[in-house]
Design a protein around this ligand. Structure first.
Ligand SMILES: *Cc1c(COP(=O)(O)O)cnc(C)c1O
Ligand code: SF4
Length: 349
């Protein structure tokens, strides 16, 4: 049985009424919901089995009292976006690409979100003035080759607004690539309408869509169809997954997720080690656990199903791959997918 709802659930009372939380937890859940935004769309509720206390989808979206616990290593801006923001709405960390945050709202709010202190309904979109300043920055910075729309979820914008925004960006000669990071095909697949798909296609430029997805169950028939609309329109898709304790931190779930994505013509791109966002300690695994998972995938599922395991370095220093490493420190031996070591004549000529 799944939880069926026709409206977006936005507070503790609505979660209780939909059978997604026990009435006895109402007061504490209200406390969590007043601290960090809550939204569960009908498509997400439909994926949840309320009788399963370990439901991997519920765990991602239904608030939990453990979110009120703040671990000393956690920070409000875990990946240091604020440190590299030359103008409002832009994060410019790497030379050839910028993040452009048009909105701070999402269709659903993930309990482990790394931007949880920044996102929420009514947190507003970039004002016309701020957008003009962001555009001016991109226009004046010729090394920007790629613009990455993120947020929030940029696909909460209406197709007409997206078309207008993208037309302004597409008029900048040195910007060749547009990338959209979104959870919308999972959260509200009907929003991936023909008009939205058309908005993302830009003559003479390449658009990519990166889907945030963490569990194979999120790839419902409707979500797969939404992704097919994008890929059929010539928009390549990649995926990003957050490694989450109790959601996807086992080899069987990960293999099933990455295979399902490849079957949908979506190339797994990044597996993120969970960031040090406030109140998310219960979601984090150790890096050693993540590396063991990557080892379990290596050589056992197709290379198409292998993302890079990355850590966003706290403080704003960017993402780095975190292994595992198969080459010995001295470069003299290399480990194969069965754990056997082989010599390699690694001397320079
Ligand atoms: C993650 C990120 C990007 C994109 O990095 P890729 O490795 O190209 O996917 C760009 N800018 C910032 C600030 C980021 O955090
Ligand atoms: S969709 Fe992305 S930005 Fe929005 S809550 Fe989830 S992780 Fe955060």
């Amino acid at each position: 049985m799944t939880a069926i709802t026709e409206k977006i659930l936005r507070n503790a009372t609505e979660l209780v009424e939909a059978g997604l939380a026990e009435r006895g937890r109402l007061a504490t859940l209200e406390q969590v919901a007043s601290r960090y935004a809550v939204a569960i769309t009908p498509a997400i509720a439909d994926l949840i089995d309320p009788s399963d206390p370990d439901d991997p989808v519920a765990r991602q979206f239904v608030p939990d009292t453990r979110e009120l616990a703040r671990h000393e290593d956690e920070r409000a801006d875990p990946i240091g976006d604020g440190a590299c923001s030359p103008v409002e709405g832009i994060v410019h960390r790497y030379p050839d690409r910028v993040l452009l945050k048009l909105v701070n709202a999402c269709a659903v709010y993930c309990r482990f979100c790394f931007r949880r202190e920044m996102v929420g309904p009514g947190r507003g979109a970039l004002s016309a003035k701020a957008f003009a300043a962001a555009l001016a920055y991109i226009r004046a910075t010729p090394q920007i080759w790629e613009v990455i729309l993120t947020g929030g979820d940029p696909l909460v914008l209406a197709p007409r607004r997206l078309t207008a925004v993208l037309a302004e960006l597409a008029a900048i000669d040195h910007v060749k690539i547009f990338r959209v990071h979104t959870r919308m095909p999972v959260a509200a697949p009907e929003r991936i309408s023909p008009a939205l798909v058309r908005a993302l296609r830009l003559p003479g430029k390449a658009s990519y869509v990166v889907l945030h997805v963490n569990h194979p169950r999120e790839l419902s028939a409707k979500t797969r169809a939404a992704c097919a609309r994008l890929v059929d329109a010539g928009i390549p898709m990649l995926s990003q997954t957050v490694l989450l304790r109790g959601v996807n931190d086992d080899a069987a779930t990960m293999s099933a997720l990455f295979r399902a994505l490849v079957e949908c013509r979506i190339k797994p791109y990044y597996l993120h080690h969970a960031d040090l966002a406030p109140g998310t300690a219960h979601f984090r695994t150790s890096i050693a656990d993540g590396q063991a998972l990557m080892r379990a995938l290596h050589g056992r599922v197709s290379g198409l199903c292998q993302p890079a395991y990355v850590l966003d370095i706290p403080g704003g220093f960017g993402k780095s791959p975190i292994g595992p490493n198969y080459l010995s420190d001295d470069g003299a031996t290399i480990e194969d997918f069965n754990g056997r070591r082989h010599c390699y004549p690694n001397s320079s000529p």
